[in-house]
Design a protein around this ligand. Structure first.
Ligand SMILES: [Zn+2]
Length: 195
């Protein structure tokens, strides 16, 4: 019996040591902060992602995962895919992110959240906008960040949760841009025909 206890204690000690080392290796070397959404993640080792959003590679990886989930689930794709694309783009304004892209995605959020247009009907309207405008207004990203990020969506474990969290995320991102709501509404109403 004594031997059993001793063995148990040794195994436990080994496990505790292992956990400690694991967490040290997770938190020590590097943590990155996404310049767009502020998400902090352990730094990955793979090569840099090619995109023009103001994002960390780690945040971009999560976004790619979320897109993969939405492409393989017809309900998600139909209900919230456009919201995901627009929320992510708008939350990663600044840096190399071009004015054209930012304005188009802000307009996508406006069409969904203020005009109630469903996800699949938004891309053709954004296309009209893209074709109508040559010089795009410049918008400065807000200093207050939305509390939700793509991280919250990536770890949803049901379709219902995914839909709910994307809607909350998109709403929070749109809200953080309230200073530009009137400008976006004007940009859309003077260039897009909404039936
Ligand atoms: Zn980010």
């Amino acid at each position: 019996m004594k031997r059993f206890h001793e063995t148990g204690a040794t195994a436990l000690t080994v496990r505790l040591n292992f956990n400690e080392q694991y967490f040290q290796s997770m938190s020590l070397p590097q943590e990155t902060t996404c310049p767009g959404c502020g998400l902090r993640m352990p730094q990955r080792q793979s090569p840099t992602s090619a995109n023009y959003y103001n994002t960390s590679d780690e945040c971009w990886d999560l976004y790619a995962e979320v897109l993969g989930t939405e492409y393989s689930n017809a309900v998600l794709f139909g209900q919230v895919h456009q919201l995901t694309v627009d929320a992510y783009a708008v939350q990663h304004a600044g840096g190399p992110h071009p004015d054209k892209s930012l304005n188009i995605h802000l307009s996508g959020l406006y069409l969904a959240l203020e005009k109630g247009i469903r996800s699949p009907y938004i891309p053709p309207l954004l296309q009209q906008l893209a074709e109508a405008i040559e010089v795009w207004p410049h918008c400065e990203p807000p200093t207050n960040r939305a509390s939700r990020t793509v991280f919250d969506v990536a770890f949803c474990d049901s379709t219902e949760d995914h839909i709910r969290i994307v809607r909350e995320w998109a709403q929070a991102v749109w809200q953080s841009w309230s200073e530009y709501h009137a400008d976006v509404a004007r940009l859309v109403s003077s260039n897009v025909r909404i039936d």
